[in-house]
Design a protein around this ligand. Sequence first.
Ligand code: PLZ
Length: 444
Amino acid sequence: MSMPEQRRILATAIPGPRSLARQAQRKAELADGLGTTMPVFIDRAGGGVLVDVDGNHIIDLASGIAVTSVGAAHPAVTKRIADQAERFTHTCFLVTEYDGFVDVAAALNRLTPGDHAKKTALFSTGAEAVENAIKIARTATGRPAVVALGHAYHGRTNLTMAMTSKNVPYKQGFGPFAPEVYRVPSPYPYRWPSGPERAAEEAFATLKDIVTTQIGITNVAAIVAEPIQGEGGFIVPPPGYLKAVQEFANENGIVFVADEIQTGLARTGAMFACEHEGVVPDLITTAKALAGGMPLAAVTGRAEIMDAVAAGGLGGTYSGNPVACAAALGALEVIETENLVARAREIEERVLPQLEELVTPISVVGEVRGRGAMLAMEFVKPGTSDPAPEVAKAVVERCHQQGVLTLLCGTYGNVIRLLPPLVIPFDLLDEAVDVLVDAVRSVG
Ligand code: PLZ
C-alpha cells in the first residue's frame, strides 16, 4: 500500500457521515471515560497526513501525541514489523531472549547523553518506564521519596498519577494515590509571580528548601523532571534550572531522572531535550517516538544505578516485545539517517516566527514558545495573563473543521501545541500553519 497523497483534501464536512455513524456505535460500545480530541475515524495515515473514513486528508500536527515522528507508516518501520511478525510475535524476554531487545538497548545506551557506562531495560508504556525508574532509584539509594514538579505529567498508573500534577481529568476520583511523592514548583517562566528572569533561581531555591526542610535530603530517592513539560503546557524551563537541579541531586546522592517520553528522540531539535542545557541525567525514560507507533518504552541510565535491582526484579509479559523492538530499530534508523534532529530545528525556524508575529497584534495570544517541533501558543484573556481555554478550544475546533489536527494541553487547557511528524513535507506544514494562523486571527 502506498503512502497517502500528501495534501489536504476536504471531501466532506468534518466529521463526515461515516465518522458520525461510527461515533454513534462508539457511544454505545465504549466506556465514556475514553476521550477523543478530533471525532474522526482514520482509515490510513503516513507522512504528514491522516485519511479518515470519509476520504478527508487531514494534516497531522499531533503525531498521535509525539509518537509518529517518522510518520505513521514509514516503510523502514512497517517492513521490519511485518518481517518480525512473520518470524515470531512474542516469546516474553523473561522466558527466552531475542536480538531486537538487546539491539534497542544498545542504541539507547549510545544515543542518550553522557559518556558514562549505561544500561537499559525495556517496557511497554511511558507510565511503566517512569514507575520502573522509581523502582530502580529506590533500590539504588535505599530511600523512599520522589520529587516531582508542578504541571508535571508522568502517566495514569497509581504512582505516576501521584506524580502528575493536574487533577481533572487525570486524578479526580482515582485516589488514594501512592505515598512519598512531593511536589515542588515548576519554574514556568510565563507565569512566575516575580517575572521570568527570577524563575530559575527562585524555583531552585524552593526545591532545595522543600527537599531539605520538609522531606529530608537523605530520604529522597529521585527528582523527576520533564526537560520541557509536555501535557502541562509545553513549558520550557528557564536556562540554568535543570542544571542546578541535576547538580544538587548529584551532590546529595539523589537520582536525577529526566522524563524524555514526549521530548526525546529528535523532537526538540536535539536527540534529547536535556542536551539543550548540557544536562546529563542519571536515568532517562523514553517511549512514544521510540518505536514508530508500536508500544515500547525504556529506562536508560548509569550502569551502577540500573544494576541495583536483582535479577527478576524488573520485567513484564510484554516488556520489549519483539515486534515493537523491530519497529524501534526501524524508527531509530530513520531518525539518524534522515537526520530528524536537524529536521526538527528546521521546523522550529519555519513555524515559530510565524506564530511569534501573532503575539503583539492578537491580544489573546499570551505567549508562543517551544523548541524544535514541540511548539505551543498560550491563550489568555485580553490584557491579562488569565487563561482563556475557551479561545484555545475555539481555535482548535476551527483547525479541525479545516482539516488540520491540532491538540490542546496545559494545566489550564489554554495551550495549543504543535507536534508534527518530523518527516512532514514542508508545503503541507506551511499550509497547516496558515490554517492555524487564520483560525487564531478570526477567533482572536
Ligand atoms: N511522561 C512526559 O508525555 C504521555 C498522555 C496521553 P504513556 N503523554 C501523553 C494521555 O492523556 O493518556 C507521557 C508523557 C510523559 C509519561 C507519559 C506516559 O506515557 O505511554 O501514556 O503511559
